[in-house]
Write a new protein. Sequence first.
Length: 128
Amino acid sequence: MSLDWDVSRVKNCEEVCYRPSSETPDEFLLNVVTDTLIWHTMYVGLGRITEKNVMEFFTRCDMWADVVGAPIIKPNNGTMEHIRLTYQDIINHIGLSTNVGNESKTKFLNRIYSTKTDGLKALLKHER
């Protein structure tokens, strides 16, 4: 199943969600934060960002980053900088929607617990 998305309801979506292509002058690409948030709808189990769920979406993104690491990585003076999504990033993308279904808080917490447990088991297995 494809991940379908829509940013047309994001306020100032042209400025917030897109950046000019460095290769093609008249082409625009999704900016990194928008692209990350689209994929995060699957990770956090919420298919859209609304004024009503913005704090829940941010909380789940932050919890996910605690378990798997910061979602945005960019070069910085010869090292890789790990960047977390901010509350303002989420607010700026109110109106973003995807075809991801909404997962209950309980189901999300169980899934993130399992993800962390599986990661720790793999780490312990590697250390032996």
